[in-house]
Design a protein around this ligand. Structure first.
Ligand SMILES: [Zn+2]
Length: 325
């Protein structure tokens, strides 16, 4: 169940006694845990399959096992000091992931994940939605590196996103800012899980494509790939026009799987609809972090949380974190 991968960048390989956060991601199929340095290097990782038909404590035990493994390896293999824990999850969550109800873990309804991980690790745990975590990661080390203004979008089983504006990740009233899956792209279109019709998620997500075509998204025709790109491009244009952005980074298995057909169609539509002087020329580009994105994202959430906590305690110091604000 566990697998080791080498550091992403050997030149940045962790030094003895480097600081790390334990990154924890509740994914669609797997729990993942890893160690992420303050420079975003993923120095170790482990994963465990999420079992759908077991109780909440059984799920937690599976996750706790790989988190404990990372806590131990930080010390024994990497001579690293754990500074905190960064956590990411999709689904319905409360702000900061105090309680989570991920679709991929049906037994967890308002499960107190943050408190349980704090108890387990003895460290502060900082949590955020997976798409927002990915936005932080793309701005830190990915396709939007160093960009203060962009939107990150994931098109996989669902459609989600995160917005970085003036160098900071937007949270919103309840922490869901950037959930662009519920932009209406087809008035009167398919019924969405949210109750309305024609949302981007109801038309362009992997689940929607499977329902519309009767085939998994991986077997989509050229026309379906193009339509999906077109719909995402429409929303990307609205985002650029509304938030004064010139870059939209798109990840997720569906978008990345459709590749250039998707991205070409999305760019054509974005060009067509982003016509303000400030939004003209906006680009839509694939995410660059690939399968390490979720853990680097969770790591970014952890470092961001530590930095913010340190600002509230001026005497504390935290190593250089991502998206410095
Ligand atoms: Zn909806």
């Amino acid at each position: 169940m566990s697998d080791d991968v080498p550091a992403l960048d050997d030149a940045n390989a962790v030094k003895p006694a480097a600081d790390v956060v334990v990154a924890v991601d509740v994914g669609a199929t797997y729990f993942q845990a890893g160690l992420v340095t303050a420079r975003g290097v993923l120095v170790d990782r482990s994963s465990a399959l999420i079992e759908a038909d077991v109780g909440p404590e059984s799920n937690y035990t599976t996750l706790a096992h790989i988190v404990t493994e990372m806590l131990e390896r930080a010390q024994t293999r990497h001579a690293a000091v754990v500074r905190g824990v960064g956590l990411s999850s999709g689904g319905h969550v409360s702000r900061g992931l105090d309680v989570v109800s991920p679709l991929s873990v049906p037994a967890w309804h308002d499960f107190p994940l943050r408190a349980r991980l704090e108890e387990l690790s003895g460290h502060a745990v900082y949590g955020d939605l997976d798409a927002k975590a990915l936005a932080l990661a793309e701005g830190w080390l990915g396709a939007a590196q160093g960009q203060p203004n962009f939107c990150a979008v994931t098109v996989s089983a669902g459609v989600s996103g995160g917005i970085i504006l003036d160098g900071d990740l937007l949270d919103g009233e309840s922490g869901y800012a950037g959930q662009i899956g519920h932009f209406v792209v087809e008035p009167g279109g398919r019924r969405c899980v949210c109750g309305t019709q024609g949302c981007l998620e109801a038309e362009a997500s992997g689940q929607a494509i499977a329902a519309i075509t009767g085939r998994p998204a991986t077997e989509s025709s050229y026309q379906v790939m193009q339509r999906t790109g077109d719909l995402v491009g429409r929303v990307a244009a609205s985002m650029c026009n509304a938030f004064d952005l010139s870059l939209v980074v798109v990840g997720g298995s569906v978008a990345l799987g459709f590749g250039s057909t998707f991205f070409h169609a999305a760019q054509v539509t974005l060009d067509e609809h982003a016509r303000q002087p400030y939004s003209r020329g906006a680009r839509i580009t694939p995410s660059r972090l690939g399968e390490s994105g979720p853990l680097v994202g969770a790591g970014a959430v952890g470092w961001r949380g530590l930095r913010r906590a340190a600002r509230r305690r001026p005497s504390a110091s935290v190593a250089q974190p991502p998206n410095a604000r």
